[in-house]
Write a protein that binds this ligand. Structure first.
Ligand SMILES: C[S@@+](CC[C@H](N)C(=O)[O-])C[C@H]1O[C@@H](n2cnc3c(N)ncnc32)[C@H](O)[C@@H]1O
Length: 286
């Protein structure tokens, strides 16, 4: 992909996330709790330890940056980075509320990090790499800022049809709003662009990392059917599209999503499946 196309695509992504910022800010505390289970395998894969200098890319509402700041302790530091300052509002608020002093927020594209070469022990990224139009170049940029022997760990969605929440969302949105490729404000393709097994590992290898590994992580939570478990993700996914759509459409879409989950209900619970993929790589020491 040439530089102009990358720039144009990145601008589209930036505008999209800027429009979603307030919805993510509003849900920042809630999603941090809900998605805590996503942090554990990523933090383990990254081999985070006290004292490390860590760059969290595409930090959004602040995870895993805030959890990692607590782990690296006062001798370590986290540099939380995102393309959109609007997305980091909730992260800044939560960092202040938690009294975290070892975290710095910066606005930056993952393709052009504001750091010197070999600055970090670890580069991590949760649900961000797939939004970059040139993921192998983003991996090369992570390699540049890593110390020799340092490690990257990326977490991305697996195939869309293997995570229940998105299956229900897509069916509801198509029923209420029409074919999704015609609804400009909703992009339910890009988040899954690295979901095919092997795609993440290929990007990391092409970016120059060694010892590249990719693994599948699946969760099968059973959530209480009467709890509003899907509302935060709903707002974050559809909030921008519905901002100008009017109350009737918002209501119809919510009803369709609720009906979709109700259909899956087993007694008091809804069984969900979640498929994410984790890719790791190391900067060669030689
Ligand atoms: C799904 S959110 C992930 C937020 C957080 N890491 C989490 O897991 O909850 C995706 C984030 O990627 C950011 N992003 C998209 N493209 C980016 C780029 N080229 N460089 C840095 N951040 C980017 C967006 O602004 C957004 O905050």
């Amino acid at each position: 992909m040439d530089t102009d196309t990358i720039r144009r695509e990145t601008e589209l992504v930036r505008a999209d996330w800027a429009g979603r910022g307030r919805h993510w800010d509003r849900r920042a505390d809630e999603i941090a709790e809900q998605a805590a289970r996503m942090n554990a395998p990523l933090i383990e894969a990254a081999d985070i330890a006290p004292g490390q200098q860590v760059c969290d890319i595409a930090t959004g509402a602040g995870e895993p940056a805030l959890s990692v700041a607590a782990l690296v302790g006062t001798e370590g530091r986290v540099f939380a980075t995102d393309l959109c300052p609007e997305m980091m509002l909730g992260a800044r608020r939560r960092a202040a509320a938690q009294g975290l002093r070892n975290i710095t927020f910066r606005t930056a594209d993952m393709l052009a990090l504001p750091d010197s070469d070999s600055a970090f022990d670890r580069v991590i990224c949760r649900f961000g790499l797939m939004f970059c139009p040139a993921p192998a170049r983003a991996a090369a940029e992570a390699l540049r800022v890593l110390k020799p022997g340092g490690r990257v760990a990326y977490l991305v969605w697996g195939p869309r049809e293997e995570t229940t929440m998105f299956v229900v969302f897509v069916a509801a949105a198509e029923a209420v709003l029409g074919p999704l490729d015609e609804v400009e404000e909703i992009d339910l393709a890009r988040p899954f662009s690295l979901g095919t097994p092997g795609a993440l590992a290929s990007a990391l290898t092409e970016g120059g990392l060694t010892d590249v590994e990719e693994r599948e992580v699946r969760f099968a939570p059973r959530v209480p059917a009467d709890a509003p478990f899907w509302q935060a993700q709903f707002d974050m996914t559809f909030g921008r599209a519905l901002d100008g759509a009017g109350e009737a459409k918002r209501h119809a879409l919510k009803e369709a999503v609720a009906a979709g989950f109700e259909h899956l209900r087993e007694e008091d619970e809804v069984p969900l499946s979640v498929h994410v993929r984790i890719g790791t790589g190391v900067k060669p020491t030689g």
